[in-house]
Design a protein around this ligand. Structure first.
Ligand code: BDR
Ligand code: CA
Length: 313
């Protein structure tokens, strides 16, 4: 089967970085047409820089990287340096990128790419707040029907919130954008905290990254060393959850994941539960399904895949 054409929309972020590395290491499965940066974990200038650092770490400086929206549609930006550090990629000591940032705005790149490819052949992979994607749909409603699928990391149901008691970070940062995307009618696959909190980098798994003895393997081990302190303290978990790599792993090995086709709505009015993904997991409403909401994964299969693919870089 031909490699699936994707655009990765991202706010790196250590886990975003691992998601990008997995995609770039898997050209037989995914063809990365471009990487679009959005403000999220850290401000846009840093996410656009970090995306290029990661491409160079992968030895793929020719992947075009675009900067997109620098703030949510209607709110002030909330960032997550408390998780990802000041740079967003704290942990390894990586060189500043030498590859250029593209001149075109990320939103226009996504619109042009969807229009220039056959309808139903380009998949969007958002790993951060949904501001760029919602802006695309607002600016060019004709492209919604051209999207093959949106496979995104965001939200939670059983795990509820990580940035507030009710909301997951990516959705909380720009709930209005998330609402536009979930109501768009495009086919959506969601990787919520319910599954990503099962993709934990235990010491054994991190040792396997380090044992690769490559630049990418060492950097991933050092990123997760840094990133894990937050979740270990907060949840008492065994290591860092690799949220965003669930998206790119799903594109390569969907059989590792399971979930339900359900209705998911975004809370945009209540201050208390702002950004909550109200997921009808139990089918208690007659609201139509608009997403495949993933709940479980084969964690060992996921880490085997990731380690094997990282070994190629
Ligand atoms: C999500 O928020 C960010 O901090 C991570 O990169 C991930 O995309 C997890 O809630
Ligand atoms: Ca992210």
């Amino acid at each position: 089967m031909a490699a699936r054409k994707i655009i990765i929309d991202t706010d790196p972020g250590q886990d975003d970085a691992v998601a990008i590395l997995l995609a770039l290491a898997s050209p037989e499965d995914v063809d990365v047409l471009g990487i679009t940066a959005v403000a999220g974990n850290v401000p846009l200038d840093l996410t656009a820089k970090n995306a290029r650092i990661v491409c160079e770490l992968a030895g793929k400086p020719d992947v075009p990287v675009f900067a997109g929206c620098d703030r949510p549609l209607r709110r002030d930006l909330v960032t997550a340096e408390h998780v990802h550090g000041k740079t967003g990629l704290d942990g390894p000591d990586l060189p500043d990128p030498t590859m250029p940032l593209q001149v075109q705005h990320a939103v226009d790149f996504i619109i042009d790419t969807l229009r220039n490819h056959d309808a139903g052949t380009v998949t969007l992979c958002p790993l951060g707040p949904l501001t760029n994607i919602a802006t695309v749909f607002q600016k060019a409603p004709d492209v919604v029907d051209r999207v093959q699928e949106i496979v995104l990391m965001g939200g939670a149901y059983f795990e509820v919130g990580n940035i507030t008691p009710a909301a997951e970070f990516n959705i909380y940062v720009d709930p209005e954008a998330a609402d536009i995307v979930f109501k768009s009618g495009a086919p959506i696959v969601v990787m919520p905290l319910d599954v990503t909190h099962k993709a934990l980098v235990t010491k054994t798994r991190n040792d396997a990254f380090r044992a690769l003895g490559t630049g990418a393997g060492t950097a991933v081990a050092e990123m997760t060393d840094f990133f894990e302190r937050f979740d270990k303290e907060k949840y008492g978990s065994a290591g860092a959850p690799l949220h965003d790599p669930c998206v790119t792993a799903y594109l390569i090995r969907p059989d590792l994941f399971s979930g339900r086709h359900i209705n998911v709505e975004i809370e945009t009015t209540s201050e208390l539960t702002m950004g909550m993904t109200v997921a009808d997991w139990w089918g208690v409403t007659d609201r139509p399904a608009n997403a495949l909401f993933i709940g479980d994964l084969d964690a060992d299969g996921f880490f085997d895949l990731l380690t094997q693919r990282l070994a190629r870089l």
